[in-house]
Design a protein around this ligand. Sequence first.
Ligand SMILES: Cc1cc2nc3c(=O)[nH]c(=O)nc-3n(C[C@H](O)[C@H](O)[C@H](O)COP(=O)(O)OP(=O)(O)OC[C@H]3O[C@@H](n4cnc5c(N)ncnc54)[C@H](O)[C@@H]3O)c2cc1C
Length: 426
Amino acid sequence: MDFAYSDKTNDLRARVADFFEAHILPRNKQFQQEVDQGIFPLSFLGDLKALAKSEGLWNLFLPHLREDEPGTRLTNMEYAPLAEIMGRLPWASEVFNCSAPDTGNMELLHMFGTDSQKERWLKPLLNGEIRSCFAMTEPDVASSDATNVTTMIRRDGDEYVINGRKWFITGAGNPSCKIALVMGKTDINADRHRQQSVVLVPMNTPGMKVTRNIAVMNHHSYETHCEIVFEECRIPVDQILGEEGGGFAMAQARLGPGRIHHCMRSIGQAELALEMMTERALERKTFGKYLHEQGSIQEKIAHSRCEIEQARLLVLKAAWMIDHSDAKTARNEIAMIKVVVPNMQQRVIDRAMQVFGAMGLSPDTPLPDLWTMARSLRIADGPDEVHLRSIARGQIKAAQQGDRKTILYFTPPDRSQEVSIRDDQK
Ligand SMILES: Cc1cc2nc3c(=O)[nH]c(=O)nc-3n(C[C@H](O)[C@H](O)[C@H](O)COP(=O)(O)OP(=O)(O)OC[C@H]3O[C@@H](n4cnc5c(N)ncnc54)[C@H](O)[C@@H]3O)c2cc1C
């Protein structure tokens, strides 16, 4: 495995970083003001997207685009360092048409969509004209186990009729979001993993209602995380994605590269927090010394540096494995980064908050927002425990199937002639 960035990657890194500094970072204050005023979507986003597209910095995430589809066809390895740069601001990836949940949805439509579904939904998504959401999680069942979903997708002649309730659906409150990929059950008598299907539901379909935007840690995010109710919501049967019963497998497929993208952006956020922590330590003085001269602060900086490097290498390994085989082969590595990266990100940002003192908890720095995102990622896309479970299962299965040779390293005492080591027992 070679994780060195190629000349092509380094060239793209420089171009994305220059674009970010020239056009995105200077707009961040305006972003905050517009979000505070409830201006939605952002007034300047369209212009920035057009500029990024004209510079060829567009759809950087999709390796398997066709020649006639707009984008760069980068590998996951090539995309990783670019996503890191975009991750430094929560809204930046949208400028390059690389933001969740659209990326995962575009991948699904690309893999499973019919020609007419692609024309109607994938094309405008690839062009950045509309946005999308993915609706799987439900308030009433433990949704980390996707087989639990209770939303029903009942066939009635040429239509499917949807009934159910979803929540935490990212992007559903965005007026640009025009399509929901909804997971529900089409056959409750089928095998556990064949009961679910994914259907394409236009956001203006009668019977579908976005009822609230849920705050995360009491914080309403710009992207929105919404509750949606479906009551006798009807769509034509040709709006099923892939085949009936294929929904569970699709949800798994969707999360493969999608998790990688989140992790790459998280590394960018951890880097930003470390840079902030270090610069603050250079400026602030307590008890006659600069913070950077205090050993405990140096440890915070050093641990953060080590942990970011470790996490990045694991993400690159997962990206390399997807590129050289597929997401299924890289399943273990994907599960590992999903645990390692958000936990690392949360620790590094937490240290930065500590070094900043009270200011680190105030809205005057991006740290509270970054921390909230890190904390959310330990639940979104599956809680830590679920990924740890699958990593442990892989390890245990390998041991069960192996020839169990670790006994060869044991040096047990000879118990055939045991005597007491106490004098009073001689
Ligand atoms: C910010 C944010 C954005 C989100 N965006 C979306 C979205 O766009 N679309 C969507 O469909 N969903 C989305 N979600 C929902 C997310 O995917 C779910 O919250 C997640 O899958 C967990 O499901 P749950 O909340 O029902 O928790 P539950 O399944 O009820 O799990 C609760 C807890 O139980 C424990 N647990 C679960 N399984 C195990 C196990 N096997 N072993 C040990 N402990 C376990 C864990 O501690 C877990 O946190 C989002 C969530 C957040 C926070």
